[in-house]
Design a protein around this ligand. Sequence first.
Ligand SMILES: [Zn+2]
Ligand SMILES: [Zn+2]
Length: 293
Amino acid sequence: MKDGFALPSCPSLSLTVLASGSRGNCIYIESEETAILVDAGFSCKELLRRMDMKGLLPEKLSALVLSHEHSDHVTGAGVLSRKLHLPVYGTSGTLDAAKNKTGVLHRRKDITCGVPFAVGDLLIHPFSISHDASDPAGFTVSSGGLKIGIATDLGIATTLVKNHLKGCHALVLEANHCPVMLENGPYPWSLKQRVKGRTGHLSNGDARDLLGEIIHPALSSVVIAHISEKNNTPEKAGAVVAEALKNSRAKLVTACQQRPADPIRLTSSKDSWPCSDNTENFQPDKLHYSFAD
Ligand SMILES: [Zn+2]
Ligand SMILES: [Zn+2]
């Protein structure tokens, strides 16, 4: 930089949903310094191919964080961990239950819902979600005054979930099924009960109602995720969830199974540094963080 003077950059936090749905889930999150993956529900080869498609560097990854042990979240976790020498964070229930799918991990890091942990400059806060797995978790990831919330496999949105997701600048929210399509769809009765039960998945209407309760002016992006390919369509999910965004400037994105979504980049400026971003009016001091479980 000329005259030895360097402008400080705005803190930034980026999010790329590499895949989402019942055949595989993976979310890439990065700050300037640190990158993590949340879930690895495809083969290692496919995950690396999708990262490459979006220009994301495997060398930058510092950790893999698992939400729960279902195959669509852990299929590539073991190979990825060993190949890239990544520590794998998950609740003891998740890591124990995933063992037969992941094999030996490069390094196992047990976490507890309600207790935040740091990976580089990312503060990750796991919270309990209602899902038919062994101690499953949703997450918020914060850095530089910016916060991303992830809640993709949950039967009901509890008060705890809503409290954690408040104050997020970007959300990845499940809108799994359209109740009418589920009712008339091909699933056997028992599976229909599981999907719509308290430990199953959120419907489009559930996602809209959850969003309606946590929406705030600095929310800039909402990614609707884990959309069922048999019991929903991206159009139906988008139309219903958009009802909660009528008076909001937040952008709605639908994540799908077949290809990675475009990256979402959040930046913030505490004072007068110009940021050409979608959170330009963001005031870090006015954020409400709820860490109470
Ligand atoms: Zn899932
Ligand atoms: Zn699941």
